[in-house]
Ligand binder design. Structure first.
Ligand SMILES: C[S@@+](CC[C@H](N)C(=O)[O-])C[C@H]1O[C@@H](n2cnc3c(N)ncnc32)[C@H](O)[C@@H]1O
Length: 288
């Protein structure tokens, strides 16, 4: 039943991704001129990628995938959205940065990949990935199965703590890890968060691309706590090397946040809370 929800999410992401890319300007030129979409949080956890075989799960339109390739990695991106993968392939060709992209549900792709010889030095996923997964245990086990011995998982994502707040930053909802039913259904579907970010950064300025995007397809997210995630990673046989929390985010999450430098913080009056987390876990090397 929950896999059926992933199919609904595919339709919702197809519509949203098309809208998002209308706001992003000439992306091929951005990459041809040396641009990157990676942030210091993930770069610190990723380390040196030269010569590494990297699998990027939930890669959306491939911007981060190409940025990883730029660091010397051989990259494979996987995403459920047809629109995202089509765009990613186009962007790779137009920018001249090689990458391989597959359109698939991450669970199906990992199940097939486990039976193939290819193994990866690194599996990477980030910013809005975990909330789309209906089962963390099989996701983590699938990742463990495709990693080389001593291969790493690097995951940077939004911290579930911010989800206790409503749009006015009033704490209203239970922490993700405490809910008995962790399904979050949205009739509005995946929103145009790229337009929201641009409007928060430059209020009153004209918005490039589609103005008032309405997604015709609902979306279904899954609320997980940090404990759920770390437990799934440990149970999959990976060793946790780092679990970091960050008080600010490169992307705005709710109205009214404060942009200080290049990071968004909660509005004035709120105590510091973690807005992002970063995890680095390693598959143990062959033991002798
Ligand atoms: C917020 S985006 C992640 C963006 C990412 N940080 C990047 O590199 O641009 C979430 C992505 O997860 C994908 N997704 C959602 N459910 C999925 C699934 N079951 N299997 C594969 N991809 C999925 C969506 O299509 C979407 O592209």
């Amino acid at each position: 039943m929950r896999r059926g929800l992933h199919e609904a999410n595919r339709r919702s992401w197809n519509a949203a991704t098309a809208a998002h890319n209308t706001h992003k300007g000439d992306q091929a030129r951005f990459f041809r001129e040396g641009g990157t979409t990676l942030h210091r949080e993930e770069l610190e956890l990723l380390g040196d990628l030269s010569g590494q075989h990297v699998l990027h799960l939930q890669c959306n339109s491939g911007q981060d995938t190409l940025s990883l390739a730029r660091l010397g990695a051989t990259v494979t991106g996987v995403d459920i959205s047809d629109t995202a993968i089509e765009f990613a392939r186009w962007l790779s060709a137009e920018s001249g940065i090689p990458a391989t992209f597959y359109r698939a549900d991450v669970y199906d792709w990992l199940a097939v990949a486990a039976g193939l010889p290819e193994r990866y030095d690194l599996v990477f996923s980030s910013y809005g990935a975990v909330c789309w997964l209906f089962d963390l245990k099989s996701w983590a086990a699938g990742i463990s199965a495709v990693l080389k011995p001593s291969g790493r998982l690097v995951l940077v994502d939004f911290h579930p703590v911010w989800l206790i707040f409503d749009d006015a930053w009033v704490p209203r909802y239970p922490y993700s890890g405490f809910g008995s039913d962790n399904l979050l259904a949205s009739e509005e579907g995946v929103g145009d968060y790229v337009a929201f970010e641009l409007r928060e950064r430059a209020p009153g300025q004209p918005l490039p691309g589609v103005e008032e995007f309405k997604n015709p397809h609902p979306a279904y997210e899954f609320c997980w706590g940090i404990g759920d995630l770390v437990t799934a990673i440990l149970e999959a046989g990976l060793d946790l090397e780092q679990l970091r929390e960050y008080p600010a985010s490169p992307y705005t999450l709710r109205p009214g946040m404060r942009l200080i430098g290049d990071r968004w913080y909660p509005p004035p009056g709120l105590p510091a809370i973690p807005l992002l987390f970063g995890i680095r876990a390693v598959r143990p090397g062959e033991r002798t």
